[in-house]
Design a protein. Structure first.
Length: 262
């Protein structure tokens, strides 16, 4: 799944990933299964909502354990896969990583052997209306001010009936060519992470001077995107011309060029 970060005109701002993923599955082969979700949060999380999607094969009927239980969150679910959690006392799940919650439910044993993607998506505008309706699927993590956080869900493939789980993560590091290129005023850079670790993507001018730090954070395996709005670290618009952007993560280093036109 792709995670979108938008670089705004704020001095020194970088947006970090807050991710949920399916870390393990327990399947008794008789129609009962449970999924343990893992988390990696860059900030404290005060509430969440997401729709666990499984092509309608998994009927969710319970949720407990992990950081949600430790924090005293009240968690509610429904059979369609919607999960909502928050604290009545203002408690939060602290920034960090670990087990988030375990979701239990049932499936039709006649579906055994079917490979299904377990994911959560945000597509409130799929019907052309950006407002979220009751039947829209979405994933929202909120901070202590009830503001939505940038977030992503790492999808996994589940083989129904035998508990096989295959995380859908890229197997290599990659930094793609930006698009559009040339661009004005914004351009998108896609990149992928093969192993968890620190990641940086920095824009430089042709003299080698740093212009904008786009990414400077710890990232889990997955596919990501970053949007550059042609501003520098002070939030000021930069002049037209050729720029380079450099990604470093572990031993992976790659540099690409892009052209800003005005």
């Amino acid at each position: 799944m792709r995670n979108m970060f938008l670089t705004l005109m704020v001095a020194g701002s970088v947006f970090a990933a807050n991710t949920l993923s399916v870390s393990s599955v327990t399947d008794d082969g008789a129609g009962n299964a449970s999924f343990t979700l893992g988390y990696n949060f860059d900030v404290d999380v005060a509430g969440f909502q997401f729709d666990l999607l499984s092509d309608g094969l998994f009927m969710l009927d319970g949720a407990e354990g992990g950081a949600c239980t430790d924090a005293g969150f009240m968690v509610s679910t429904n059979a369609s896969g919607r999960v909502i959690g928050f604290s009545l006392t203002g408690a939060t799940i602290a920034a960090g990583s670990g087990d988030f919650i375990t979701l239990s439910g049932t499936y039709d044993v006649g579906s055994a052997g079917t490979i299904v993607s377990i994911t959560a998506v945000e597509d409130c505008d799929s019907d052309g209306d950006s407002a979220c309706d009751s039947d829209d699927t979405r994933m929202v993590l909120s901070d202590t001010d009830a503001a939505a956080l940038e977030s992503s869900f790492v999808s996994s493939s589940w083989t129904v009936g035998d508990g096989t789980l295959d995380n859908e993560q890229p197997m290599e590091f990659a930094l793609s060519a930006n698009y559009p290129n040339p661009f004005n005023p914004t351009t998108t850079i896609d990149y992928s992470i093969a192993t968890a670790g620190d990641v940086s993507i920095i824009v430089y001018d042709m003299m080698g001077r740093e212009v904008k730090s786009l990414v400077a954070d710890f990232a889990t395996p997955g596919a990501y995107s970053i949007v550059w709005d042609a501003t520098n670290n002070e939030g000021l618009s930069v002049s037209a011309g050729m720029y380079v952007y450099k990604m470093i993560s572990g031993n992976f280093v790659e540099v690409n060029k892009m052209l800003l036109v005005k």
